[in-house]
Design a protein around this ligand. Structure first.
Ligand code: H2U
Ligand code: ZN
Length: 348
């Protein structure tokens, strides 16, 4: 019998951050694909859209009017999923009906006044402004006594349920640490207790030495396809230095984070020559006033596209009932992304 090969044979991979498994079926990438391959028409958007609720000077659904902002603009979400003035209370019946009131603050962050842009088309200094806003918002919202976690994210593309192409992201912050960061926080704390080192510092060094899953790097950050990636072109942005949260970043590290975001976004767009959809989020330490020595700041990017601009991965069937699964190995996905031009397709 042949010796086990990660690039050939079905196997499970372990995600040490969530302590979950992912099934990898590399032999299936060899099966013929007869789906559509045609490229969608290139999208041209105006720099200003009079009907956009995020463009400068326009009215929003709640009746408020945006200022004529020149760089970034942050406002309280007019339809926030969490509200700061929710009364306390809850329900507990026989351990089966359990509910708790949850307070929070939700905001929308416009990355640029220019309706036509995305991170892949913005210059590094503009993205640096976004990084600064994320850090400022983490400090400001996190300082509220009832806020224990600040979740920064971007939903990009209609396919991801994003309602508006204007470059923007969101911030949802809660009274309790939400599930994903709580799970990752526990795994990182356990690793530190067991090994005496940070999980993601160790992981950074290993991936840097191996190189096979790297997409792009700079002096302070790397973008890589994690060994345990679930989505076909899932990536993670990891910092070299051990830092718990965005406000800890020094000026040159903020520039470097902006640079790696731009580099990665450009490669994503070049993969299928479209504005690449994804959900991106920052994972950082809770703002509960405790020390979190094990927390290592990182970003996750979860794109749904699989083979082309029109073929999307769905988490259905076995994946909903049993275990997430992928065909393309993390190494093969990283190799494809790494090999793409560093200049966006429409500017080459
Ligand atoms: P998406 O980008 O994921 O579609 O989210 C946009 C957010 O903007 C959404 O949470 C908010 C929605 O509640 N919004 C406003 O706050 N004001 C508006 O006028 C429209 C949309
Ligand atoms: Zn707009």
């Amino acid at each position: 019998m042949a010796t086990f090969d990660l690039a050939e044979h079905p196997h499970r991979r372990f995600n040490p951050l969530t302590r979950q498994w992912i099934l990898v079926s590399p032999h299936r990438t060899k099966r013929p694909w007869q789906g559509q391959q045609e490229k969608p028409p290139r999208e041209v958007r105006p720099a200003y859209d009079p009907s956009c609720y995020l463009c400068p000077g326009n009215e929003r659904a709640g009746g408020a009017r945006n200022p004529h902002y020149a760089e970034t603009f942050v406002f309280d979400n007019d339809f926030g999923a969490l509200l700061p003035d929710t009364p306390t209370g809850g329900l507990e019946e026989q351990g089966l009906f359990i509910a708790q009131a949850e307070r929070g603050i939700c905001r929308v962050v416009c990355f640029s006044p220019d309706h036509s842009l995305s991170l892949a088309e913005m210059g590094t200094p503009m993205i640096r402004r976004v990084v600064d806003v994320w850090a400022e918002q983490t400090v400001e919202i996190g300082a509220r006594p009832f806020i224990r976690y600040v979740q920064i994210f971007e939903n990009k593309g209609e396919i991801m349920g994003c309602s508006n192409p204007h470059p923007h992201g969101q911030i949802w912050s809660n009274e309790t640490v939400p599930q994903e960061p709580a799970i990752e926080g526990e795994a990182q704390a356990d690793y530190l207790a067991r090994e005496g080192r940070c999980l993601l510092c160790d992981y950074y060094r290993l991936e840097e030495a191996r190189g096979e899953r790297l997409v792009c790097t700079n002096a302070h950050f790397m973008a890589l396809v994690p060994f345990w990636a679930t989505w076909p072109f899932e990536t993670m942005i990891l910092g070299r230095r051990h830092m718990g949260a965005l406000p800890d970043l020094a000026a040159e590290e903020r520039d470097a984070l902006a640079d790696i975001l731009r580099q990665l976004a450009v490669r994503y767009d070049n993969l299928f020559e479209v504005s690449f959809p994804y959900t991106m989020g920052v994972h950082q330490q809770p703002t509960d006033g405790q020390a979190h020595p094990a927390w290592h700041l990182h970003l996750h990017l979860y794109p749904p596209l699989l083979r082309s601009a029109t073929v999307k991965k769905f988490m259905v069937g076995y994946e909903m009932l049993a275990n997430p699964q992928r065909d393309l190995t993390a190494e093969a996905a990283a190799e494809r992304l790494r090999g793409l031009p560093a200049v966006r397709f429409d500017r080459q």
